[in-house]
Design a binder for this molecule. Structure first.
Ligand code: HAM
Length: 477
């Protein structure tokens, strides 16, 4: 082998963020921090406390909560491979590890779509397979049960923020690792004022961020009394028009007819428009609840748009569902989704509990803010300290310490630079001021402060400098 070929082979491999994940860099991260800080502030004013949850849970938690037939559980979950697996994990299918070559050749059945699979095996797999969480409502309910939160003052109001994971096809506004900011209210009451206040809170948050072009859609999808009857009616009507539907919707007639209402396929729209509407099939209790949610939203001055086709994709929802869209996002324009999920805590083995909440897609929220020009262009510095000489460096270190203590951001170059070069660097970093420290300045105790926007210069003592910068900060918007 030639030397060149060996060298080529040795070239280290370049690592890249995996498909659907990305690095968030400054200055964009400053906007992420502002958004999260605003969430902490606004949610606290509504009496919510933060819960921090693990990113890893068991597959069973989500299969049980979201529903085995949902896209998230069926196709999009990231399963964690173990070093010594108790089950074998293939993308989308998993089962007990093969014991022999013959076993290996026999396909392992897909776990949640193969009815012949014994229930106990299914449970064992669901409990031992670990997954990256695709959402956090199920985790909040698990935590509510685990920590006996029904004994806390009711209702329990929690919020969370952090990464979620779904193996979806990546596109603008859709990632495999994405971030949510969510909130949940759990307790004994399903008063419609709770639904309205949760929605009011997220709208207040968006308002505080000056998010543009937002629309709130609401609906009620009934409860276990009235929804099954409506679903059957819908299924019967869909069967009549089956040949006018695409393959996905045809499949959903069997698995989850409500999801057909979600379809964006152009050719299906005239068919869907003629389908029976759930609002006309709600039981008295659900009808009254929905009417009161709307009245409570009116009382709070929250504007909404009723959308009978808003069914949401997860099994745990009942009664109130809502979604918020914002501008500048293309097809992935939902920045927030939520709804009521009474009974989910019970389904997970806890006491009878009512629940409602939402999750905001933080990536999409940030995209929309950037599109409407609400993002900081550059993370500038307040002061760049240009120093020359050993004594000047010592003075610079002291000045940086005092300025930072007063809350100013300061860049102190680590090596000596000619003043011309230092000022160029200060400009590049978007600094507002350059503090010039040379021998003269240090021995006279009179420092030079240059305002970079207009090039003006002034001499000042150390206390003058702090005083002046504080005044300027108070004046700036
Ligand atoms: P979800 O509708 O699945 O609901 O997600 C909520 C929001 O997360 C979406 O509206 C969207 O903004 C964002 N999102 C979802 N998937 C992605 C993705 N692949 N890339 C970027 N953003 C995404 C839930 O997760 C429920 N747990 C919400 C909830 C809380 N319901 C009641 N409480």
């Amino acid at each position: 082998m030639s030397e060149g070929a060996t060298k080529k082979e040795e070239k280290p491999r370049k690592f890249q963020a995996i498909r659907g994940t990305r690095d968030l860099l400054p200055p964009e991260t400053a906007l992420w921090n502002r958004v999260e800080q605003t969430a902490h502030q606004v949610f606290a004013t509504f009496g919510f406390g933060e819960i921090r949850l693990p990113a890893v849970e068991t597959l069973g938690l989500f299969a049980r909560s979201l529903g085995a037939e949902t896209d998230i559980v069926g196709k999009e979950m990231f399963l964690l491979a173990e070093r010594e697996p108790s089950v074998v994990v293939h993308p989308g299918r998993f089962g007990p590890p093969p014991q022999s070559e013959q076993d290996r050749r026999d396909e392992v059945p897909p776990v949640f779509s193969e009815p012949s699979m014994r229930e106990s095996v299914e449970r064992q797999i669901a409990e031992s397979v670990l997954v990256l969480r695709p959402e956090a409502t199920a985790s909040v309910c698990r935590a509510y049960i685990e920590h006996n939160m029904q004994q806390m003052p009711q209702p329990v109001k929690l919020y969370y923020m952090g990464p979620m994971f779904r193996r979806e096809r990546p596109q603008k506004g859709r990632y495999r690792q994405f971030y949510q900011i969510g909130a949940e209210v759990l307790g004994g009451s399903d008063a419609p004022a709770i639904d309205a206040e949760v929605i009011e809170m997220v709208m207040t948050f968006f308002d505080r961020l000056e998010l543009q072009g937002i629309q709130l859609d609401i609906n009620s999808i009934g409860d276990r009394n009235c929804r099954p009857k409506y679903v059957e009616l819908l299924r019967a009507e869909l069967l009549k028009v089956k040949d006018k539907l695409g393959a996905d919707s045809q499949r959903r007639i069997e698995t989850n007819p409500l999801r057909v209402l979600d379809s964006k396929l152009e050719s299906e729209q005239p068919v869907i428009a003629k389908l029976p509407r759930i609002a006309d099939h709600l039981c008295e209790d659900c009808k009254t609840h929905y009417a009161e949610v709307k009245r409570q939203l009116d009382l709070r001055g929250v504007k909404y748009h009723e959308n009978w086709r808003l069914v949401r994709g997860l099994d745990y929802y009942m009664r109130t569902t809502f979604e918020i869209t914002a501008q500048g996002l293309g097809s992935q324009n939902a920045v927030c989704g939520g709804g009521r999920y009474d009974g989910l805590v019970e389904l997970l083995g806890g006491p009878p509990t009512k629940g409602i909440g939402f999750a905001i897609g933080e990536d999409r929220l940030i995209l929309s803010l950037q599109e409407s020009g609400k993002a900081p262009a550059q993370q500038g510095r307040d002061v760049y300290i240009a120093w020359m000489g050993e004594r000047a460096q010592a003075t610079g270190i002291r000045a940086a310490k005092d300025l930072r203590k007063a809350g100013f951001s300061v860049e102190l170059p680590s090596v000596e630079q000619k003043f011309g070069k230092a000022l160029g660097q200060a400009d590049k970093l978007g600094a507002k001021y350059a503090l010039i420290l040379g021998d003269n300045e240090v021995s006279e105790g009179l420092w030079t402060l240059k305002t970079l926007a207009d090039g003006s210069q002034a001499k000042c003592t150390e206390p003058d400098l702090l005083e002046y910068l504080r005044k300027q900060r108070a004046l700036s918007p």
